[in-house]
Design a protein around this ligand. Structure first.
Ligand code: SAM
Length: 333
């Protein structure tokens, strides 16, 4: 069987990362950053490596012409290498957003935002950049796309930065706490696979309405507030949330805050089958920031996606969504 373009490129990322990992005595993901940078800059950037290693790497790189790959092929190959590097070592909260979810979020953003001539997108907890890159690639036909990613973890943001370079995306990255002040103007679209748990920086949390009354605040609540601060009036926010978001003692405060600042558009529950267990299951939570010109949707779209292999059931949900868009389309630009 012949290899697809994505498999071929993955093999090159994988083999060259393994070579560099051994030579530099670093992790696979650090080596992936190095090899990605070599490929992007079309030169060997590691001074300290032996002549034999140089030759082995040059042989790998000679096999690849990045210009012949689409951005999506590059993203998928890079994503496979990241998945390999994360296997068994990465805690759940740092994991990359899976493709099935990224593609669905991208599809939904297009349904909600409609045709745009220009678009600005922010992911305030961008991780490896996979979710943001998936969505940005879906807007290839929009000539003016500005994208921004914020991430606190150094290796993840380096992966995101190199990934964006390889995919020819102009994303601006900020290596910092996504809940500290951001030097980013409000955007049309915020997307975020929320880090779930307590936020340890109480002084920073005190800057938020959604700070906890006692003890540490929930990072995922603060990220929703931060997202709304950085969205233009009328702009949209797509969050991947834990299903139990509204079941904690802080939920009432969150609900009140959302009522004042945004219109809840939709809650799309993802199939349990794509998560390790039912407790880990998530939903896509879609908000529109309030503005004097827009009204609330007639009704909130509530959908629960069946396993994507059940075609009939999926068609039924898609039909329900289409109908919802029709009934509520006056709300959209
Ligand atoms: N969408 C990402 C991707 O495709 O790789 C995955 C996001 S992951 C579920 C959540 C991310 O939030 C992690 O990368 C974690 O390092 C980051 N994070 C957690 N707390 C943060 C903070 N205070 N500021 C910025 N990033 C943070």
């Amino acid at each position: 069987m012949s290899m697809t373009a994505t498999e071929k490129l993955f093999t090159i990322f994988d083999q060259s990362s393994t070579i560099l990992q051994e030579e530099l005595a670093c992790t696979y993901l650090e080596a992936l950053v190095e090899t990605g940078d070599n490929l992007f800059q079309e030169k060997l950037l590691q001074d300290s490596i032996s002549e034999i290693t140089k030759k082995r790497l040059q042989k790998e790189y000679a096999e690849v012409n990045l210009a012949s790959y689409s951005s999506e092929e590059i993203r998928r190959a890079y994503q496979l290498a990241i998945l390999k590097g994360m296997k068994g070592t990465t805690q759940t909260n740092h994991q990359m957003t899976p493709d099935s979810i990224g593609l669905l979020i991208g599809y939904l953003t297009q349904k909600f935002l409609g045709n745009q001539e220009r678009l600005s997108i922010l992911d305030p907890a961008v991780g490896t950049g996979n979710l943001l890159a998936t969505v940005v690639n879906m807007y290839e036909q929009v000539s003016d796309v500005q994208s921004f990613g914020v991430e606190v973890d150094e290796i993840l943001i380096r992966l995101a930065y190199i990934g964006a370079n390889l995919q020819r995306q102009q994303t601006e990255f900020f290596h910092q706490d996504g809940l500290a002040s951001l030097l980013i103007d409000p955007v049309d679209l915020v997307i975020c696979d929320l880090p779930v748990g307590y936020y340890p920086n109480d002084a920073q949390a005190a800057q938020y309405e959604l700070n906890a009354t006692e003890g540490h605040a929930y990072a995922h609540h603060l990220f929703i507030e931060q997202g709304l601060r950085h969205t233009k009036p009328g702009g949209y926010l797509f969050f991947l949330i834990p299903n139990g978001l509204f079941e904690t003692e802080e939920a009432e405060k969150l609900q009140r805050f959302l009522k004042d600042t945004a219109y809840i558009q939709a809650v799309v529950q993802l199939p349990f089958s794509i998560f390790k267990n039912n407790q880990a299951a998530k939903s896509i939570f879609i908000l529109q920031k309030k503005s004097p010109e827009i009204k609330a949707p007639n009704e909130v779209l509530l959908a629960s996606l069946p396993s994507l292999t059940k075609k009939e059931a999926v068609d039924k949900i898609l039909w329900k969504m289409e109908k919802w868009f029709k009934d509520n389309k006056n709300e959209f630009k």
